[in-house]
Design a protein around this ligand. Sequence first.
Ligand SMILES: C[C@H](CCC(=O)NCCS(=O)(=O)O)[C@H]1CC[C@H]2[C@@H]3[C@H](O)C[C@@H]4C[C@H](O)CC[C@]4(C)[C@H]3C[C@H](O)[C@]12C
Length: 325
Amino acid sequence: MCTAVSFKTKDHYFGRNFDYELSYGEKAIIIPRNYVFELRKLPALSKHYAMVGLTSVFDNTPLIYDAVNEHGLAMAGLNFEGNAVFYDFDHAMDNVTPFEFIPYILGQCKNVAEAKEMLTKINLVNEAFSADLPLAPLHWIISDSEDNTIVVETLADGMKVYDDPVGVMTNNPTFDKQLFNLNNYRGLSAKTPENTFDPTVDLPAYSRGMGTLGLPGDLTSSSRFVKAAFVKAHSVCETDESSSVSQGFHILSAIEQQRGCCEVSEGKYEYTIYSACYNKDKGILYYKTYEDSQITALNMHKADLESEQFTLYPLSQTQHFNYAN
Ligand SMILES: C[C@H](CCC(=O)NCCS(=O)(=O)O)[C@H]1CC[C@H]2[C@@H]3[C@H](O)C[C@@H]4C[C@H](O)CC[C@]4(C)[C@H]3C[C@H](O)[C@]12C
């Protein structure tokens, strides 16, 4: 399971939990403007926007999970098992493989409006990276520095591009159903509710937080969608960078997964391998891993963005303690 959330304070942020039972050797990456993205069905992208993100690398090729580009457009791929369909080659379209989709969009679009325009020409073609790395059944969230957010799903009846008014995406079911499900929680509130149940009966508010009674806390993708949307909608925080990034991780921690609670096969557990929080305006990736709660920051603007080589940064996987004595 994974969850992505966009939010804003003074700047605009985009966060993502990467939840899974195994790692493909994820690393942080800065990809400069002149790195040549070879494409399977289209001419290479030899000049494009720079980006910072999280990726695995196979055959010296970055296969990006989530990233933000130098114009503040962010994108992430999340599992969409059983729903994602990729299509046969279409001569009338720009055929892009699913593993090329994130760099293809972030390399060429400044914002969601440009991405929407580009999506009208894209056919996500059913070609895997290699025999060892089959097609990943993903859907994608794309969010810009004006906080416009869309979700892209390729279903049996074609590509759907949904406006995402809550700025949240998880996994199944399809996005329209996820959004509709929020209706079931429209009565939830950060405030203590009045007794409308039966005002003639004494029903005292015996606890704080009674407005959130019924907010799901389980690990299903539909519950995580509701919880992330509620927490984001009610998030209150100072607008400076430190407070905003801290708040971003607090939002993500509301739907993080502790190892042991979701067994996906005998002895294998899904857990939050990393949480990433991007400042879209400043091109900074902040991340934490399951093993290291300290926040690591990677600022793309501190790299040479005119270079032709990407730079990889191993994820920190040892806990950093602040010893008080
Ligand atoms: C499984 C990951 C998504 C995490 C997630 O959503 N988990 C929820 C599981 S569930 O719905 O609740 O069951 C996705 C995100 C990015 C994916 C990877 C990236 O797309 C890059 C390559 C793409 C290759 O085609 C397959 C390997 C791969 C390395 C992918 C493996 C896997 O599908 C990843 C790691």
